[in-house]
Design a protein around this ligand. Structure first.
Ligand code: FAD
Length: 580
């Protein structure tokens, strides 16, 4: 070996400490370089940990590397090497660039994917399990995690927790955070920690503990408990039902025990803090979920609107009936679904002819009166068919009476609702995979405004969009005011990044003028991190920075997400695939 300098790669080094696979083949790196968003970032290496202990080894390894590199930099006066970091990746269906990194990807799906326990109304699972598999297990006891997403066939439960995902049942059941009873998480000390809601005596004990964990609890408690910070947190709390942006400091309890007057029980829930934090504070290795028993029967009212402005009266009218779901899709989505009927049929595991026939009434409506601008799906669920049908018929009768020009259809049972759910759930996937010479560009894809403000908000939004030559689809959780707009763009279009950026600023200014959120469920990732300060204001953003430094002082966990990415960094990573 004399005279020969052997340069070890990050992968070579990792192979010495990790028991699972360490893969730096071009195919593995390429696969992890994209999610369902519009960025491309190629990692240096992909690790497939065997278990939580393997993740601990990666964290300790990265900590050690940081010390070595910083030591050398100090001695030589300048940094020579890039500092490694760790980004968890599960299903890779994120739309925000959340699982992308140029350093180490930790793939949670390869081994950390086991179903561990099913209780009377709860389940324990590893984060890399796909929701579709988890759902099969919980359904054995007729239980469900109701925050499942439209991507339920391709995402994991860990991704749902890390993004605080939501879906079509959000209106009634809320997002994933509501169902997380506890988590096991690898923190920056390279150890697994159990996090849950601690109250009263339990919290007092933890705060007195002389340990790494005790120190974290003390520091977070001081951060959110300081009177000056409490007013900042209260003022910055999003005013809408759904939000995945920032760190949920307003929702992690009251360590001082004074939120409802002096003498309240102190509480602090660090598991809640992890939910929605996109792996920027630690890596989740085990999840304890609370579950619900789904109502078995369903009926639906479908409303066909010709103008967004009709929402003004329809939204409050529908919400007054307390439906289980209140969802929507627009004319473009409907047209795309009709064009790709065979693919939709395959996804629904239905025959193409049968599906075509089932859509005949809508096709006839489109031929005779044009395609309605917006289709609203209002679902009622109950323990008997009669009960949910009665609720649907009640709403339908009211809508027909109050608004003769609005098309109203009652779907009596679950079988009849399937085609509408297929269009609603599959539209983004169809767009992503099928439309020729155009790419989906999720950029302002997930904002939220108070639902009763939608009628006022939507025409203003349309006005902004009308100045840009863009084709886009609109779908969303109308009952929560959470709208998904997906532009379809030519990836070669000159000035695309500038256009998206300019448009997004205008849209978010409008959203924030209604005290809305820039993301209801898709989270910040790369695409929205530069807007987080605008969403929450300088003082709250400073608290986010402080929180990050408590959990991750060396910035080893998913750097550049939630905090630390500026507009030009983000825009430089846009790279839409020319073909899929
Ligand atoms: C067709 C389609 C439809 C969609 N519909 C919805 C929808 O209805 N509602 C919705 O909320 N989202 C939706 N999404 C977005 C996405 O599917 C969800 O956010 C999903 O929950 C992400 O899960 P995943 O397993 O793919 O996670 P990934 O994409 O792998 O990761 C998501 C984020 O979580 C972090 N992460 C992953 N695992 C861990 C872990 N173990 N510990 C710490 N951090 C971790 C990653 O670093 C990343 O930041 C949709 C996406 C597509 C493509």
């Amino acid at each position: 070996m004399r005279g020969k300098i052997q340069i070890m790669s990050l992968a070579d080094d990792l192979r010495k400490v990790v028991r699972g696979e360490v893969d730096d083949t071009p195919a593995a790196l390429e696969k992890s370089s994209r999610d369902a968003g519009l960025f491309r970032v190629v990692p240096e290496v992909v690790v497939r940990p065997l278990d939580a202990e393997d993740i601990c080894s990666v964290v300790r390894f990265v900590n050690e590397k940081h010390k070595q590199i910083q030591g050398v930099a100090l001695a030589q006066g300048s940094p020579r090497q890039r500092l490694p970091s760790i980004t968890a990746r599960s299903g890779g269906t994120d739309m925000s660039g959340g699982p992308l990194t140029d350093s180490i990807v930790v793939d949670m799906t390869a081994h950390l994917n086991k179903f561990l326990e099913l209780g009377a109304q709860e389940a324990v699972v590893e984060p890399g399990m796909y929701f579709r598999d988890f759902d099969k297990e919980t359904k054995k006891k007729n239980l469900e995690l109701p925050s499942y997403t439209a991507s339920r066939e391709i995402n994991t439960v860990g991704g749902m927790v890390a993004n605080d995902s939501g879906g079509e049942k959000n209106l009634k059941y809320g997002k994933t955070a509501r169902y997380v009873a506890g988590l096991e998480v690898v923190l920056a000390d390279g150890q697994v920690h159990t996090l849950k809601d601690l109250k009263g005596e339990e919290l007092t004990k933890k705060l007195a503990e002389q340990s790494y964990e005790g120190d974290i609890y003390r520091r977070v408690s001081a951060l959110v408990g300081a009177p000056a910070h409490q007013s900042v947190i209260k003022a910055a709390k999003p005013q809408v039902e759904k939000n995945s942006s920032g760190y949920a400091l307003w929702d992690i309890g009251d360590p001082v025990g004074q939120a409802n007057g002096a003498g309240g029980t102190p509480s602090l829930n660090l598991a809640r803090l992890m939910v929605g934090s996109q792996g920027t504070l630690g890596i989740i290795t085990k999840i304890h979920f609370k579950l619900v028993r789904p109502k078995p029967y369903s009926s639906m009212v479908v409303l066909f609107l010709d103008k967004f402005s009709e929402l003004a009266e329809v939204v409050p009218e529908v919400l007054a009936h307390s439906p289980d779901s209140f969802e929507s899709y627009d004319d473009h989505t409907f047209q795309i679904a009709m064009r790709y009927l065979p693919e939709l049929a395959a996804q629904m595991k239905a025959g193409m002819i049968a599906l075509g026939i089932s859509f005949l009434p809508e096709l006839w409506m489109a031929l005779t009166g044009g395609v309605p601008k917006l289709i609203l799906l209002v679902e009622f669920r109950a323990d008997t068919q009669e009960e949910c049908l009665a609720k649907a018929e009640h709403l339908a009768a009211e809508a027909k009476h109050n608004r003769q020009h609005v098309g109203v259809r009652v779907i009596k049972n679950e079988a009849g609702t399937k085609k509408y759910w297929a269009v609603r759930r599959e539209s983004f996937n169809l767009l992503r995979k099928k439309v020729k010479n155009r790419r989906t560009a999720p950029f302002f894809d997930d904002f939220v405004v108070p639902p009763l403000k939608l009628p006022e908000f939507l025409p203003k939004l349309e006005e902004i969009l009308s100045h840009y030559d863009l084709t886009y689809t609109v779908a969303g959780h109308i009952g929560d005011g959470n709208i998904h707009i997906i532009p379809l763009v030519d990836p070669q279009r000159p000035g695309l990044a500038k256009l998206l950026d300019e448009l997004t600023h205008k849209i978010y200014d409008l959203v924030l003028s209604y005290h809305g959120s820039i993301t209801g469920e898709h989270n910040d990732g790369l695409v929205r991190t530069p807007y987080v300060e605008k969403m929450f204001g300088k003082e709250m953003y400073a608290l986010f920075l402080e929180l990050k430094s408590i959990f991750d002082p060396q910035n080893i966990f998913n750097p550049g997400k939630k905090i630390g990415t500026n507009f030009s960094d983000m825009l430089s990573k846009i790279d839409l695939p020319k073909s899929m």
